[in-house]
Design a protein around this ligand. Structure first.
Ligand code: NAI
Ligand code: MG
Length: 334
């Protein structure tokens, strides 16, 4: 039995998450879904965006499936990532047939350090009109994120990928913090003889994900750089409606679409469930359910290539109809 903490959250989270549960149930795997609340709505009602019971449930379950929070996102998802110590934010960037992409052969993964950097949130007003933020880079966090990236490259190599890790940083300007980042990258690289290691400055990297995205395999970078780079990368393979993510630590895994609560389309049942379904695929792999993961991904790929989609991709299905097309194929009915 896989015990999964399900947090729908706000806005379209209440649509894309139930639609994804529809698909997960179609796998026939033994799931126990434990529902928990977080986000703007529960904040308005109780004064707490991330209630204690939700934290307990998240800690107690094998994995967390999260939708989106609204204005309270920083108090919910950033906190949850910290509490669960999910230090690796994994964002696959993959072109699917039937989706408008920059190139059809894009298939790489961005691994973003999830616990420090500028998002440590250490800010101060040191004088009137003068504010500062502290960027934290530690050897310990570098080592574990790079090891994670190289292990992922090894896994992908077994599946026919190149076996390469690209580190993006700005060590020429941020001499101490990114100097350390780069130094530890090459130190960890020495442990992996079979995996290539290379590095680029983050600004150039931002260009390369547009001009030569097909050459990347695993890209690893710090927190803020990864946040920006991965949204841009999502844009090269169809946009936010398709971008999944996994937050992985040594004890916990939290899976969520990259997008937010999308108040502009919430309640209309037109949100694309793809990003959340793909996040569930990452969750299935995390749970060791590789066969079911492939089944769901293949079913989704077929549905996308047939144009059986929500309006953002040019189709005329609603969120739940699109998910049902995937579920039918997972059940073998189509
Ligand atoms: P957003 O991702 O919610 O929406 C950006 C644009 O993409 C909107 O036009 C939206 O309609 C569209 N979009 C997003 N997901 C889509 C989907 N599945 N299907 C079709 N179209 C989709 O980002 P925005 O507008 O910057 O933020 C809205 C709220 O979400 C804010 O309150 C913000 O704080 C929160 N947020 C929460 C996140 C989280 O919980 N992880 C992440 C990002 C934003
Ligand atoms: Mg972001």
């Amino acid at each position: 039995m896989h015990k999964i903490c399900v947090i729908e959250g706000d806005g379209i989270g209440k649509e894309v998450v139930p639609a994804t549960i529809q698909v997960l149930e179609a796998t026939g795997l033994p799931f126990e879904f434990v529902y928990a609340e977080a986000g703007d709505e529960v904040y308005k009602r109780t004064g707490k965006a991330l209630p204690e019971e939700t934290i307990e449930t998240a800690l107690d379950c094998e994995a967390v499936l999260f939708g989106a929070a609204g204005e309270t996102a920083a108090d919910v998802i950033v906190k949850l990532r910290q509490i669960l110590d999910t230090y690796a934010n994994v964002r696959p960037v993959k072109a699917y047939k039937g989706v408008k992409c920059l190139r059809p052969d894009i298939d790489y993964v961005i691994v973003r350090e999830n616990t420090e950097g500028l998002y440590k949130g250490i800010e101060a007003e040191i004088d009137e009109g003068v504010t500062i933020a502290t960027r934290v880079i530690t050897e310990k966090a570098c080592e574990r994120i790079f090891r994670f990236a190289f292990n992922l490259a090894e896994e992908r190599k077994k599946m026919g990928k190149e076996g390469k890790v690209t580190c993006a940083h700005k060590a020429n300007v941020l001499k101490l913090t990114d100097g350390l980042f780069k130094k530890i990258f090459y130190k960890v690289a020495e442990e992996y003889n079979d995996i290539k290691a290379e590095d680029y400055y983050i600004d150039a990297m931002n260009m390369y994900i547009i001009t030569k995205p097909q050459v990347f395999d695993v890209v690893v970078t710090s927190n803020l750089f990864g946040d920006i780079l991965s949204d841009g990368a999502a844009g090269t393979v169809g946009g936010l409606g398709l971008a999944p993510s996994a937050n992985i630590g040594d004890e916990h895994g939290l899976f969520e679409p990259v997008h937010g609560s999308a108040p502009d389309i919430a309640g209309k049942k037109i949100a694309n469930p793809t990003a959340t379904i793909l996040s569930a695929v990452l969750m299935l792999r995390y749970l060791g359910e590789y066969e079911a993961a492939d089944k769901v991904e293949n079913a989704l790929e077929e549905v996308l290539s047939l144009g059986l989609t929500t309006p953002d991709l040019g189709g005329n299905l609603n969120t739940f109809e699109m998910a049902e097309e995937v579920a039918k194929r997972v059940r073998g009915e189509k």
